[in-house]
Design a protein around this ligand. Structure first.
Ligand code: UD1
Length: 428
């Protein structure tokens, strides 16, 4: 069985370089399908979700040339089908972007119902609403989503019922090559949405307002790339190292990040007592004291990101006082608190609220990574705890963090990857 063994406690010190944003890359890869030609991408994170997405594109007919682990040229000249239904597409959530992207050039599209982290119900009604408003017919049956159009998609006025990252991305993808003007209101404003719009605009798309509540798209007939595109740094990876630095009373310079994207995390860390210095493309987090208690409510951007709440919870596990997390995006995001309880944390989680009574110390225990971000939280807990913490189900963590053991080791952590089933151990 694969696991990470984290030897704690440790104080993280040094510098870490943040990789490209997973949630931008998983939208930009399918967006290349809108281009009948080559796309050159840089700063692509080398993580298992991206490797899986590349395999899906190759199964459709894309040719991918890897210039380095983080740079690639994708040639979609010979894509012949919009049928992307497979075991691979059913495995992760962001495969639903294939719907919007493939409908740009194909009249019949099929994907398997998307999987992803188990965070509770993950409906796709808003994705379907968007595609139908643009003129597609969408049907969900026997584990597949079928979308078709008789003619080109047509611009429309769409109001999203809930602020959804995925539905906003799909609306941008589908409307880029549609005829006429599309206006989408009540959209998500996350940095990865702006990055997708910037990527498409750099190739001739006309997308205005990304990063605000309303996006306006004037449909264009073709896109073509003039120069390579570099994906933005990963906001959540940067936030994870910021919290890890604070939780271990460390001093870490987080390089290649966009401090503006991290304001909600910075503000909470300051409440906890961290000292933060912001520079143009880096941020330093120092912590000298036991964290003070604070409360967090997850919200769509620019609110506190749900994908940072498990990591942030480690500060509350060891804080001086009682802290609260209210989860407003996903209904089942506190499953990881049972794992932290095994390590001595005092947490009572009911529905969408978890109350943390800070304890002096966490102790090592075998724990599971319930999902990607919960897995990152288990590593941080292991860094804080006394003893050797074994973290299992680490495939979740490897979906979204590039060279995670290497990055933590460079900061002074002692983390070992092992696999009972493998002949030799290696560094994941
Ligand atoms: C994306 C992120 C995920 C993050 C989430 C919220 C990617 C690949 N994943 O997921 O890591 O946790 O944003 O920041 O970028 N909803 C509906 N109907 C829909 C779609 C969503 O009701 O059709 C609801 C969801 O149940 C949820 C909320 O809207 O309560 C937000 O979901 P959404 O923003 O769509 O999340 P994802 O795009 O799936």
């Amino acid at each position: 069985m694969e696991k990470f063994t984290v030897h704690g406690p440790c104080k993280l010190e040094g510098e870490v370089v943040i990789s490209g944003a997973k949630n931008a890359a998983v939208a930009i890869l399918p967006a290349t399908l809108l281009v009948k030609g080559k796309c050159h991408l840089e700063n692509v994170p080398n993580i298992s979700d991206i490797r899986a997405y590349c395999k899906i594109l190759e199964s459709l007919g894309s040719k991918i040339e890897y210039l380095s682990p983080n740079e690639m040229i994708i040639d979609n000249t010979n894509i012949k089908t919009g049928i992307a239904s497979s075991e691979l597409t059913s495995k992760f959530r962001a495969s639903y972007y294939l719907l919007g992207a493939l409908l740009g050039n194909f009249s019949q599209v099929q994907i398997s119902l998307p999987g992803g982290c188990n965070l509770g119900a993950r409906p796709i009604d808003q994705h379907i609403k968007v595609l139908e408003k643009l003129g597609a017919t969408v049907e969900v049956k026997r584990g597949n989503v079928y979308a078709s159009r008789k003619e080109k998609l047509k611009g429309s006025h769409i109001f999203l019922d809930v602020v959804s990252v995925g539905a906003t991305m799909n609306a941008i993808l589908a409307a880029t090559l549609a005829e006429g003007i599309t206006v989408i209101e009540n959209v998500a404003k996350e940095p990865h949405i702006v990055d997708l719009a910037n990527f498409l605009n750099s190739m001739g798309a006309k997308i205005q307002g990304a990063g605000t509540d309303t996006i306006r798209i004037i449909g264009v007939s073709t896109l073509s790339q003039k120069s390579s595109y570099s994906i933005i740094p990963d906001q959540i990876e940067a936030g994870t190292f910021m919290v890890a630095a604070a939780a271990t009373k460390g001093n870490v310079l987080i390089k290649n990040c966009i401090p503006k994207h991290l304001e909600h995390i910075t503000s909470k860390l300051k409440e906890a007592g961290a000292i933060i210095d912001e520079y143009e493309t880096s941020i330093r987090v120092k912590m000298n004291e036991r964290p003070k208690a604070f409360s967090v409510k997850t919200m769509p951007y620019p609110g506190f990101p749900t994908d940072m709440q498990p990591q942030m919870s480690i500060l509350l596990c060891i804080c001086d006082g009682t802290g609260i997390i209210v989860e407003n995006i996903w209904e089942s995001r506190f499953q990881y608190t049972d794992e932290l309880a095994k390590m001595g944390a005092d947490i009572s989680a009911h529905g969408t609220t978890a109350i943390f009574k800070g304890v002096d110390k966490l102790y090592s225990a075998p724990v599971r990574a319930h999902d990607l971000r919960a897995g990152a939280a288990m590593i941080i807990a292991g860094l804080v705890a006394e003893g050797d913490t074994d973290v299992y189900d680490i495939h979740h963590i490897l979906r979204g963090y590039e060279n995670i053991t290497e990055k933590f080791k460079n900061l002074g952590a002692n983390i070992v990857y092992s696999n009972d089933n493998a002949e030799a151990e290696f560094d994941a």
